[in-house]
Design a protein around this ligand. Sequence first.
Ligand code: NAD
Length: 318
Amino acid sequence: MELKTKVNKNERVTCGVIGVGHLGMHHARLYSELENAELVGVFDTDTLRARVIADQYGCEAFQSVAALIKKCQALSVVTPTTMHAATAIPLLESGCHLLVEKPLCTNLAEAEAMIAAAEAHHCILQVGHVEHFNPVNGYLEKHVRAPKYITADRLSPFPNRGTDVGVTLDLMIHDLGVVLQLVRSPVRSIEAIGIGVLSQTEDIANARLHFENGCVADFNTSRVSAKKERTLRIFQPGGYLSMDFMAQSGHRVWKEAGCIRQEAIPLQKTEPLKAELKSFIDCVLHAHTPKVDGYVARSALSVALEITRQIQSKGLVS
Ligand code: NAD
């Protein structure tokens, strides 16, 4: 697909944020800091919140999306997930480049419609799978060759927000996105269980994926945990990698001359969200395809939806 760029490469990209709650506030902060971006304004249905964030980051609080898009070449959509498609499609149809937070949306029909709108209007559609911009993932992309078994643990205390979708779409989707990119083989089968504890949707989810190439991956996700954890272990012939997305650290273990050796992996710490937004702006400036485009996000969504379906079919969530 040919992507358009209306932006002169020496100019800054004019940006805005739709939905400036917990995460959208950070999108506004980062656009206000990035060298090639100019934060023009924000829009939120909570007008007071919009004004507070606009004052904090020195931009305008717009009264409508229509007014905001007239002034922006690129927008972040950081509304609740159930609103992503309804918000994003008209924006793409009016020719705006978008960074839509993860998960892309809540069903595959919406995902197809968003991808089609981006293609028809030659717009960038990047999706906020932020772990793809974590230095841990950068290391894994270079060093994972033939994974045989993977475990992913992502645990959080109860957030009191984001429960419009289950923990699979809210949190496990991060690990699904990373693992699908690392294994690079079609998913052969999925088994999942989960329960709702404090919400109407599942708060704990466990899933096992079998891949065509023989790799197996186990995902353990909770948003009712006392502790916060984001870890991934990858076992491949000759040794394993144990990685921590939150600490941005890891170690590798291998066998050498009959002894087990272990060493820490040196990683340069970054702010992954900043790297993600910078990459989005670069894509707009240079008409590049994003690292996490609609297709990459749809693959993770498709697996997450099957996990959600299996959990719901077992009747343990309302
Ligand atoms: P939030 O509830 O804190 O913020 C959502 C904001 O959107 C609120 O201020 C609300 O008033 C506003 N809003 C609701 N409907 C709107 C509409 N139609 N138009 C404009 N504004 C609207 O939620 P959050 O935690 O910031 O999550 C927002 C999105 O970001 C979700 O999709 C979530 O999955 C995603 N998220 C991603 C990550 C990540 O790691 N990438 C982390 C947190 C949240």
